[in-house]
Design a protein around this ligand. Sequence first.
Ligand code: PLP
Length: 236
Amino acid sequence: MERDERRRAELAANLLGVRERIARACEAAGRPADSVTLTAVTKTYPASDVVLLAGLGVTDVGENKDQEAAAKAAQAHAAGARLRWHFVGQLQRNKAKSVVSYADVVESVDSERLAVALGRAAQEREVPLDVLIQISLDGDPARGGVVENDLWRVSDTVTSSDGLRLAGVMAVAPLGWDPDRAFERLALLAGRMSDRYPGATTVSAGMSGDLEAAVRHGATHVRIGTSLLGMRNSLR
Ligand SMILES: *Cc1c(COP(=O)(O)O)cnc(C)c1O
């Protein structure tokens, strides 16, 4: 109990700090503070943390492994937490059915085959699954993401599926890149995306180390793990 209280206080302080960073970045960019949604990336942390964050006002959480996310979403839901679940990791097609059962958004769609699998799995949903196309900004798809040449092909596959709604784009700044350069490039592609598909206005960009640059370049969602929950033991 006491440990729970201490963790709650720690998360509350971290959350305040992250919200202040977002607010300052918005102000510097001349954007309203509520134009950026915080997604708490809770991977490797327990469902109890998700429940505490929900109690502190967090509305959106992100996970990158299906098994872990499925269990955590069920536990958090059982504890009464009502959240929007974002899947942000590389996804195997054989996990589509599982992910579609708890996720509200899949941010990491990067192939036609994955879009088709998700669309098929999402057909029985009451609400379409929101999908972001993950873009590989350096053209190296090794860490996930479509290269620019494939962007419209994958996007069209998403929009042709009844179970899916194309909501926008997601990217991670490539290792070693200046985040401003990365997110400026993302903003350009996001602009083309929303011109072509008027509902696709979400720009998910920015993590603990580079959220300011992401907000400067129009991010509507930032995905924050470390600054909220602490250092992870593993690299993921
Ligand atoms: C882990 C992860 C994050 C959060 O990263 P932090 O640096 O811990 O804030 C954001 N996006 C994706 C895709 C991730 O895998």
